[in-house]
Design a protein around this ligand. Structure first.
Ligand SMILES: Cc1ncc(COP(=O)(O)O)c(C=O)c1O
Length: 361
């Protein structure tokens, strides 16, 4: 059971800023959302059903699961849908954790793993990273009898760095089956690497793996709150027991059911992201910045001169109406994360960065 005492040691999640005082319009590159709205087909559907909000949604997200299973060729019984993948992360912790349990989370990873684990009274064990990359050896060395869950975001937020297929494979083989491995693939759609595997192929043979996915990124549905996971049927039925009866709203269910099947729309969005990810990295690499090889819809950057320079850069960006993510909360105060925007936004981003560093080559 949670006690108010437990919650005293937990800081609430701070989302990326979306407003600047005194500015009517801003360029928001702080939360890794898609810079585009939903597709026309999805929008038409949303408009069509917007007058039905007096009714509860269908409880089991049946059509949405049909679409997801069609798209990814998965058994529907292995799919669970929720109010954002965030909800799934919380439910997993609720399901498996109790006081005295340990959860292993790599350093510099998505903050919600820690928050949900702490809410459920678990002890957090941070594994090391090597130049911000997940170090699987350190995770393995951290395992003991109390370990219940290992979280890995692949690719990771806020770094955009990923664990390649071979490393993931040999890592999974070494994990005792009693430990739940959560592979958070929120940004999987953006990965264009032959040596990347979201982990979905492991579900059939590994009863302890859960792969989480989201509609908040490539599908442009962040505000509808929609996520899903793929796992062994036993896990799915346990999640079904503890979820709320109507955890996914109707608009999200119907929008998601269309979006996940629109492969051509997705292709265009991926190629926009691919082009600008490379372009911005190339431009930023000409500046005195350490630009990491992020593979999602954002770029992770370290300021060579550290925290003071980060503060000055951020002030300058805000003065130009640009909101990026500073990473103080992630214990990386010398780093920032910048989401890929529209063409217009990206051009402004590049030129504002260039002008900040113009005297500093
Ligand atoms: C790695 C990772 N996992 C999960 C989430 C949560 O996504 P959702 O919007 O589906 O709750 C995010 C959101 O930014 C994320 O970066």
């Amino acid at each position: 059971m949670n006690t108010i005492k437990t919650l005293k040691n937990i800081s609430a999640y701070k989302a990326g800023a979306s407003k600047i005082l005194g500015k009517n319009s801003v360029i928001k590159l702080s939360s890794n959302e898609s810079p585009f709205g939903p597709s026309q087909k999805v929008l038409d559907k949303i408009k069509k059903i917007s007058g039905t909000t007096n009714r509860y949604p269908e409880s089991g997200s049946v059509e949405l699961k049909d679409s997801i299973s069609k798209r990814y060729k998965l058994n529907k019984k292995n799919i669970f849908c929720a109010n954002g993948s965030d909800e799934i992360l919380g439910l997993i912790c609720q399901l498996y954790l109790t006081k005295g349990d340990e959860v292993i989370i790599p350093n510099n990873s998505f903050l919600m793993y820690e928050i949900y684990s702490k809410i459920n009274n678990a002890k957090i064990i941070k594994s090391k990273t090597i130049d911000y990359c997940v170090d699987t050896k350190s995770i393995l060395n951290s395992i003991n009898k109390k370990t219940k869950i290992i979280f890995i975001a692949n690719p990771n937020n806020p770094t955009g760095l990923y664990l390649d297929k071979l490393s993931l494979h040999s890592f999974i083989k070494k994990i005792p089956k009693r430990i739940i491995i959560v592979l958070d693939a929120a940004y999987a759609e953006y990965l264009d690497k032959n040596d990347y595997e979201s982990g979905m192929s492991y579900i059939k043979k590994n009863e302890n793996i859960i792969v989480t996915r989201t509609f908040s990124k490539i599908y442009g549905l962040a505000s509808l709150r929609l996520g899903w996971c793929y796992a062994n049927q036993n896990i799915i039925s346990l999640l079904d027991k503890i979820r709320g009866p109507f955890n996914v709203n109707r608009i999200a269910q119907e929008a998601g059911a269309i979006a996940v099947l629109e492969k051509n729309v997705e292709k265009k969005l991926i190629s926009h992201n691919k082009y600008w990810l490379k372009k911005i990295k190339d431009e930023f690499n000409k500046l005195p910045l350490v630009v990491y090889d992020s593979q999602a819809n954002f770029i992770f950057i370290r300021l060579r001169k550290g925290i003071k320079e980060k503060i000055m850069l951020n002030k300058y960006l805000l003065s130009k109406s640009l909101i990026i993510r500073t990473l103080d909360n992630y214990n990386m105060p010398e780093c920032i994360r910048v989401t890929i925007g529209t063409e217009k936004e990206n051009k402004i981003l590049i030129s504002v960065f260039k002008s900040f560093f113009k005297n500093d080559k």
